[in-house]
Design a protein around this ligand. Structure first.
Ligand code: SF4
Length: 281
């Protein structure tokens, strides 16, 4: 019997192209991941990324018939209880915590993003999986200026969903080193403003020490200043901090160090003092 574990986050564990269930001890149940980036392509290259054979690029066109078939198959399997038995899911974790649009690349780079959100949400509603669980888009936020993405965010808001917007550095220099992204702070603020106008948005930040961009006093001060700016200019109230939990699959892996709980909590307090609600994973 295959065991769905909190450490095995393989995208193909259920044998489906677009859907990958993940057992989350932290969330206390199953997260239904939806992966549009079946080609392992992203427009960023984050040094901590866990996507194998990460490519530069965008998601391929979606096969909507296949996606719909997989959603029906998976939700039926869930409702019949067969999924929990097949993967030996402990009783206490037999509940759906969220549907997460999060894959092997940037999900908003898919061409018919709004249509894909409608399909996932309407199918989940028809099985009463939504609105009883969270509906989350995990994004690097880089494409929020695009019309197609904005339409998708409006659809996500319509279904009660939320955006988790990635900010891993508070300076252009840090962003170049960590994400290979060229957006400066003003551009990030613009995108964050747009995201939060269209859909409830939270910030998610991966903190770690990197030999080419150390977690030093300067990096922390920059973060505090940037979050202060965000607080006054964007409608964002929640920040989720996490550190490296699983090894990076990128060449930079050996140059990264996860922060300790003490380092994480000390930094969380600094951000809380700005008036954010902060969680630490
Ligand atoms: S944005 Fe996400 S998928 Fe893309 S490189 Fe960064 S961690 Fe990987």
């Amino acid at each position: 019997m295959k065991q769905l574990s909190t450490t095995d986050h393989s995208r193909d564990i259920a044998g489906l192209k677009y859907i990958y269930p993940v057992l989350s001890r932290r969330a206390g149940g199953v997260s239904i991941g939806i992966n549009f980036n079946t080609n392992n392509a992203c427009n960023w290259h984050c040094v901590y990324c866990q996507v194998p054979d990460l490519q530069r690029g965008v998601a391929p066109l979606i096969d909507f018939t296949l996606l719909e078939n997989e959603l029906h198959y998976f939700f039926q399997h869930l409702q019949a209880g067969a999924f929990y038995t097949q993967f030996n899911v402990p009783q206490a974790l037999q509940q759906i915590k969220d549907i997460a649009l999060s894959g092997n690349g940037e999900p908003t780079s898919v061409q018919e993003f709004a249509r894909a959100i409608d399909l996932v949400a309407e199918t989940a509603l028809s099985y009463q999986i939504l609105p009883d669980c969270h509906f989350v888009l995990i994004t690097n936020g880089s494409l929020v200026h695009q019309k197609n993405v904005q339409q998708g965010l409006q659809r996500l808001q319509h279904y009660g969903g939320e955006v988790w917007f990635k900010i891993d550095s508070a300076s252009l220099q840090g962003r170049k080193q960590i994400n290979d992204c060229r957006d400066d702070n003003d551009r990030i603020i613009e995108k964050l403003q747009r995201s939060s106008q269209l859909c409830h948005s939270k910030i998610q930040t991966c903190l770690f020490d990197y030999s080419r961009f150390p977690w030093d006093e300067q990096a922390q001060q920059d973060f505090v200043r940037f979050f202060q700016q965000i607080k006054t200019q964007c409608n964002i109230r929640e920040v989720m901090l996490y550190t490296l939990a699983r090894p990076s699959l990128q060449p930079e892996a050996k140059k990264l160090r996860a922060l300790t709980p003490t380092e994480m909590n000390a930094f969380a307090q600094k951000i809380e003092r700005l008036g954010f609600s902060v969680s630490v994973a």
